[in-house]
Every structure is written in C-alpha cells, then in structure tokens.
Design a protein around this ligand. Structure first.
Ligand code: HEC
Length: 511
C-alpha cells in the first residue's frame, strides 16, 4: 500500500485484497509484438485504427542469434544427453551432421505465440527461453524434477493459467503442439533446420530516448538502493514477484509538458511493468513495497509500460500535462525475478518534455469504464458477463460549444477480459459506436481514435468477460481479479474527468 493510509484505503483493501499479482500484459501503453503465427485479430472499425505512431509500434529487431547453429549441433552431438527424448539426427549420406532442431510447424508457433517473452533473452519474468530443442529438455524452473516440455504441455492446456497468458491458443496450434509434446518433443528433420520462422524470434529492443531538439529535455527516474534523494546506488531486485514504488520530486524546475515517455532498462528480464502516477507524498528519494492501489495518494496515472510495450509518443498537436515543479511523482514497478537470486539494477523510466504551452493543446488521461462487477458478488463462474460505466464529462474549463477530443484509447482488463466497446450517447438521443475491439490480456495495445464529445454527450464503455474460473471474480488489482478500464487521452486537459470516486484511488475517473 502506498503512502497516505486512510479509511478509504482499508475499504479498498477489503475489496481488492492485497494482491500484487499482476501477470503478463498489464499495461497502459502496450503495443504488442506478435510475429509469425499470431496475426492481430481482424479489426473492423471505422473510427479506430491501431496506431503505429502514438504507441511506437512493433519491435523491429534483427533475427535473434539463438537458433541452433551448426556448432550447437556439434556440441549437442558431443555432449551426452541424459534425456532420451532428444533424438539427434545421424549423419546424412554426405557425412555432414544435421542439426538438432525444432520441427518447423512447432518453431512457427513458438515464435509467434511465445517468443516475445520466452525468446533468446527472456522478458517480464518468463523463467526460460523456448527457442531451441535443448530448451525443451532442460529441468523446468518451478519443478526441476520435470522437464520444460512437460510443463509446456501442461500450461498450454491449462484454462485457469494458460500459456500464452490470457486464453488458450486456437485449436489448430494447440493440436500441433500437443502432438509434438505428446510424442516426447523430438527433433525435427534436416529440412526443418532451414525453417524460416525459426530464425525470426522477436526480441524487444528499447533504446533510451534522447532529446530531439534544443527545446526538448529528457529526464530519467531510476531505481536506486538508498532511501535518499539523489542516490544513484543500485537497487536490489529480490527474488520473486512484487511491486515496489519509488517516490521522486519531479526533476524539472520550470513548467513543462510531456512529449514522450521512454525506457532506460538494464535487466529487462526482471521488469514486468511500470506505471507513473502523480502523488501527494513528499517523500522524494524514498521507496517502499506497494500494491497496485494508490488510494489515499490523490494519484493520477500519467503513463506506463509493460512487457511487450514500447515507448509512447504524443501527437504533434498535443503535449501531455505534467505536474508542476516542486511536486512529486511515484513510479510503481512490478518486478518479477525468476533467477533465484537478488539482482542489482538501476533501470529507469524516461520523461521527455518541452516548455509548457509549446503545443496547441494540453492532453490528460481519464479513466472510463467501471469498478462495479455486481459489487462484492463479482461475476459468476462459467458464463459471459458484461459491465458498463457511463461517463458524463465535467467539461471543466471549456468553452460552451467546444468538443472534447479523445485521440487515444487504451482498454485494460485482466485475464478474463474478451472485448471493449465504447458508445457515444449524443445529447440529441442518437448513439454512435466509437470503439469495439476484442481484448487479449497478452496483447494490450493503444488505439488511435478520433472521438469528439459535444455538450450533452455521454460515453458508455462496456467490458465483456468470460469467467472460465470455477469461482466468482470481483474487482481488484491482482491479475486473478478483474478490472474494466478504458483509459482515454484527450484535450482540453481535465475536461473529460468528472471526479467519480474510484477504488483505484485516482481522481481522474469518469463513470
Ligand atoms: C507475455 C509474455 C508471455 C508469453 C507470450 C508466454 N509466456 Fe510463458 N510465461 C510467462 C511468465 C511471466 C511466466 C512465469 C509466470 C507463470 O508461470 O505464469 C511464464 C511461465 C511459463 C511456463 C512455466 C514455467 C515453469 O517452470 O513454471 C511455461 C511452461 C510457459 N510459460 C510456456 C509458454 C508457452 C509454450 C508459450 C507460448 C505458447 C508462452 N509461455 C507464452 C510469460 C509469457
């Protein structure tokens, strides 16, 4: 729990528990990378297009050098392999040693559905790579008595804890993997070694931002090890999964607005997400364990990143409203260290700024949706449920006839989330669907939209869930609980929020 204990906080704790169990995909800024087998679901929506500019899109990186090479094969051949499941192909007629390799159809699925987290270098707490045949025949992380491929078979069929996280893969892919795993995860043929998909394991490279022009200045808020302002010693990421919140006095000394939010990461494999919030805490330089709730902090979400995400950039006509000099922010890190030991790290987030008022508009984020899933009852097991929240904007500080312009939506639910829909209810009685997208916990992305809300208009956001667990699920920050947030970035600043109370502790809600 972060600073500022209160009765409200206790009320929230009752509802949300003390979960700090957010799992892969949590993000407000996550354009997801899915190469190969998994193309994004077809999007048929006139006003919303998945953007390639605002959430800097797909990771483009050179093919990872992790596939079995001839020398790997030679090494495999020389090393006695204890697991009889690996059948090393024997020398062909020319005498050349064939590679020990994944069958091509398996490699294609691995690349597309798993490679983003279980690539040659892992990210976000994924405990192992799944790129070579050898990877599948090592002892597993959570149960060393069993081999990785045995756990793979278990998890890809486990509806409650599926891999990839979110929901089971479609049947054709599942059946390819089940056939191969069921037969002992054996090597492919010589021909499979030339499988093109196997070379394209995507890794997500994130270059720290540098200022683009003399007016832009990029600041870093890094993790650090001592409880004092200005400390630059390494923070120790403990083994396990937890949230840690770092408090900072903002590093700018004049009024600024945000142009970009970036990442300066060290041990990316241990970082699951970060969220940047305003806070009324003045304990700059300190840090503490926390949960995903900042109730009592008077917090507003400013930006975020999660596994698979890239840096975020504002459109040229808008700067993002940032807190004034002298105020404080907090960075919530979700850390997920499966190395089994403590690791020193100075990873940081970046905020790039320009002087306030440089751009035509000032944008802010507001949270639409709902936190009410039948109150404490939650959504019943075994069925589809929908929950809606309607936002009547405050239109605070606006000219009477002007529209509020929403330019980005970032739907956020947890693992049971299936789709998000937003409908504008025009003051005159008409309704207009402005957003309708399938939702995948593992593929949380920004959408660029163009929605104008005029005086008298409201907007209803509806989340559809399928509760495939055996129990009711209510609102909460743990990924075993649910959320229904449609984050909306819009201008003019502050006009969309209406101050609705939220268990999230934020003051920029609208429902
Ligand atoms: C978005 C990131 C992500 C993707 C994509 C993903 N995983 Fe995972 N995987 C994780 C994380 C994080 C963990 C550790 C937490 C857990 O066990 O749920 C994990 C754990 C596992 C484990 C358990 C390992 C152990 O020792 O307990 C298996 C098996 C696994 N993943 C297989 C797969 C397979 C197969 C795919 C693709 C079909 C896949 N994963 C896709 C992130 C991912």
């Amino acid at each position: 729990m972060s600073k500022g204990g209160s009765l409200m906080m206790m009320a929230a704790a009752l509802v949300v528990g003390c979960g700090s169990d957010e799992r892969p995909g949590m993000s407000t800024t996550v354009p997801m990378v899915q190469a190969g087998a998994q193309a994004p679901a077809p999007q048929a929506q006139a006003t919303a297009t998945q953007t390639a500019t605002m959430p800097v899109g797909i990771a483009e990186s050179p093919p990872a050098a992790s596939q079995p090479t001839a020398s790997d094969a030679a090494q495999l051949a020389e090393t006695p392999v204890s697991d009889p499941g690996i059948e090393l192909p024997s020398a062909d007629e020319s005498g050349a040693m064939a590679q020990s390799t994944l069958p091509c159809n398996v490699a294609t699925i691995m690349t597309g559905r798993c490679g983003q987290c279980h690539g040659a270098s892992t990210v976000g707490g994924a405990p192992m790579s799944l790129t070579t045949l050898e990877d599948f025949h090592k002892p597993s992380y959570s149960d060393p008595a069993r081999l990785v491929y045995e756990l793979v078979q278990e998890r890809i069929n486990d509806e409650a804890r599926p891999m990839p996280p979110g929901s089971l893969m479609p049947d054709p892919d599942l059946s390819v993997l089940n056939t191969w795993l069921g037969a002992g995860a054996k090597s492919g043929t010589v021909a499979d070694a030339n499988c093109p998909a196997a070379e394209a394991v995507p890794t997500i490279e994130m270059e720290p931002e540098t200022a683009r022009d003399p007016n832009e200045e990029c600041f870093e808020l890094r993790m650090h090890g001592a409880q004092s302002p200005g400390d630059t010693s390494e923070y120790t990421i403990e083994s396990g999964e937890y949230y840690n919140c770092f408090y900072y006095k903002v590093p700018w000394d004049k009024p600024v607005e945000g142009t970009r939010f970036g990442n300066a990461f060290e041990n990316e494999a241990l970082l699951h997400h970060w969220l940047l919030y305003t806070t009324n805490s003045t304990a700059g330089g300190t840090f503490e364990r926390c949960t995903g709730s900042h109730i009592g902090d008077n917090s507003q979400l400013l930006a975020g990143w999660a596994v698979g995400g890239r840096d975020v950039e504002m459109p040229p006509q808008a700067g993002f409203e940032l807190p004034p000099p002298g105020s404080h922010v907090l960075v919530e890190w979700h850390l997920f260290n499966t190395t089994g030991r403590s690791v020193g790290d100075s990873s940081g987030i970046q905020v790039c700024t320009i002087p306030k008022g440089t751009r035509e508009h000032t944008a802010t984020m507001a949270t639409l949706g709902t936190e009410d899933f039948n109150g404490f009852l939650g959504m019943p097991p075994g069925v589809e449920s929908t929950f809606s929240g309607t936002c009547r904007p405050s239109r605070q500080g606006m000219n009477a006839g002007d529209p509020i312009h929403i330019f980005t939506f970032l739907p956020h639910m947890h693992k049971l989330g299936r789709s998000m829909r937003s409908v504008v209810n025009r003051g005159g009685g008409a309704t207009e669907e402005v957003f309708n997208k399938p939702f995948d916990f593992n593929q949380q992305i920004h959408y660029e939209v163009a929605v104008d809300l005029f005086p008298g208009d409201t907007i209803t956001s509806t989340c559809t869930f399928f509760n495939n667990t055996g129990a009711s699920v209510a609102y909460g920050p743990s990924s075993e609980q649910e959320m229904c947030y449609q984050f909306a970035i819009s201008y003019p600043a502050g006009a969309l929020k209406n101050g609705a109370f939220g268990l999230n502790g934020a003051t920029n809600n609208c429902w």
